[in-house]
Design a protein around this ligand. Structure first.
Ligand SMILES: Cc1cc2nc3c(=O)[nH]c(=O)nc-3n(C[C@H](O)[C@H](O)[C@H](O)COP(=O)(O)OP(=O)(O)OC[C@H]3O[C@@H](n4cnc5c(N)ncnc54)[C@H](O)[C@@H]3O)c2cc1C
Length: 442
């Protein structure tokens, strides 16, 4: 009898855990996924970026994505209040209609044959993807709440199932428990992001007028005329739209309003948006997310690794979360399969994953930091034909191949110039989140 129940035990069956289970099962590795909830369950994070498509293709999941008829996402749109001066004044070439649109098909993306990605109802998507991992050979157990792990020569995952406390013996552990960060918390490796202390309140509306034309099905990011604040608009299915307000947590804590009143007072800072939302019908209770940005200082070690949100969470402004979850599983699974074959499950065997993940997340983080510091600059670069495709590459989620993409260097240099020039026309619209305070910690 083997000393182990499975080669790999995966904690969590969200996109990261399901992708990891699917990749490992395809590679012939025995693995189990232990998930505390019974799927389907609701989850924030509904709009994907096209780098997710490579993973669906690798795992033969694209036909199923199509069968579910998730809304197709061909691009993204940013809008701003006509009252925000840099746009109203058409300063430095910014489009006076306060709007920027991108389409994914403007840049050919290696390994991605379709010109769209998807918006997903996460309850439906996560269930289908987890079932797919199961079909490929990963053993899936739901309603299993992992309470801790034992590392060392005989790793174990301890869990609660019904009234019983049990454990599974595995050769290595992959933590994909999302923002609960089971392993990162147990090992005290979690560091709160001092820069991004954002807060989100969100719900679904029926009958919301998303606008006309092909861009109506884009994700819309509506800048609010409040510092570091924006609204997402994501099509979920015919007639249903997810809408969320993201702002700094201190704005909510200081407001003394209920989360519903706070949502509406933020939305009303954009009269055009508020008028359309007030005509729609809310079909889900409000939910909130707070304190969600953090790093895990070491996300690989002897006999373990963390993937997806369990390894790191960056602000969701560019719809990055699911793509990072899927891509982290893609890179991590290669190291795990090779390490099992070599019989060496020490940290050194997970170096490629560690480096690739750090590089990709640093690129996302730098992009997001620059955006928050000076969001007119983002619109300016998107609208400039010289930089448009470089920005688009980032927005498509292709962030894992180059350290320091030149376009990010240029953006940072521009931010520095504006910071140091009080008379610069953009100086007064600098956000109060300073860029790059945190990336060196990870
Ligand atoms: C406000 C906000 C908006 C966002 N918008 C977007 C967006 O538009 N697009 C996007 O791509 N991403 C978005 N995200 C991010 C996205 O939600 C996550 O990045 C994504 O879900 C990560 O997938 P994951 O598999 O790592 O974690 P999860 O999806 O959280 O999955 C983790 C799973 O682990 C399970 N689990 C937890 N603890 C245990 C335990 N002890 N035992 C067993 N199982 C456990 C959970 O039940 C869960 O099913 C957003 C996030 C926030 C906060």
């Amino acid at each position: 009898m083997s000393d182990y129940d499975f080669d790999v035990g995966i904690i969590g069956g969200g996109p990261a855990g399901a992708a990891m289970g699917a990749y490992l099962a395809k590679a012939g590795v025995s693995c189990c996924i232990l998930e505390r909830e019974l799927f389907p369950r609701e989850h924030v994070g509904e709009s994907l970026v096209p780098s997710s498509t490579r993973i669906f293709k690798d795992l033969d999941f694209l036909p199923e994505m199509e069968a579910h008829r998730f809304p197709r996402k061909y691009g993204a749109t940013w809008t701003s209040s006509p009252a925000v001066r840099p746009y109203a004044m058409n300063w430095d070439g910014l489009d006076p209609d306060c709007r920027a649109d991108i389409r994914f098909d403007e840049r050919e993306q290696p390994g991605v044959e379709q010109n769209y990605t998807y918006h997903v109802d996460r309850g439906e998507f996560d269930l289908a993807f987890l079932q797919h991992a199961n079909k490929l050979g990963a053993e899936v157990y739901e309603g299993v709440d992992v309470t801790g792990v034992v590392l060392g020569d005989a790793p174990e995952i301890r869990y609660r199932f019904g009234r019983g406390e049990r454990s599974a013996r595995v050769r290595m552990i992959v933590d994909a428990s999302g923002r609960r960060t089971v392993l990162g918390s147990q090992l005290k490796l979690k560091v709160k992001d001092p820069l991004f202390d954002q807060y989100a309140v969100h719900t679904w509306f029926e009958g919301f007028d998303r606008g006309d034309g092909p861009a109506a099905e884009n994700i819309h990011i509506h800048f609010l005329p409040l510092v570091n604040s924006w609204v997402w608009q994501i099509p979920i299915r015919d007639g249903v739209t997810s809408v969320g307000v993201v702002t700094q947590r201190k704005n909510f804590l200081g407001s003394k309003e209920s989360r519903e009143a706070f949502f509406w007072s933020c939305v009303r800072s954009r009269e055009d948006l508020a008028a359309r939302l007030e005509r729609a019908r809310q079909v889900r209770p409000f939910k909130e997310e707070a304190d969600y940005s953090y790093a895990i200082t070491e996300f690989t070690g002897d006999g373990f690794m963390m993937i997806g949100d369990a390894a790191r969470f960056v602000d969701p402004i560019f719809s990055t979360g699911v793509s990072i979850a899927l891509n982290s599983a893609r890179f991590a699974s290669r190291d795990v399969a090779a390490a099992l074959e070599q019989g060496d499950l020490s940290k050194a065997s997970f170096g490629t994953y560690d480096r690739t993940m750090r590089l990709g997340i640093k690129n996302w983080y730098d992009f997001i930091s620059v955006y928050y510091r000076l969001n007119v600059l983002f619109t300016h670069f998107v609208q400039n034909p010289k930089y448009r495709l470089d920005v688009l590459k980032l927005l498509q989620g292709d962030v894992y191949d180059v350290a320091q993409p030149p376009v990010l260097d240029l953006m940072r240099a521009k931010v520095r110039e504006v910071e140091q020039t009080p008379g610069h026309m953009w100086h007064r619209v600098l956000g109060d989140l300073t860029a790059n305070a945190f990336t060196d910690a990870v």
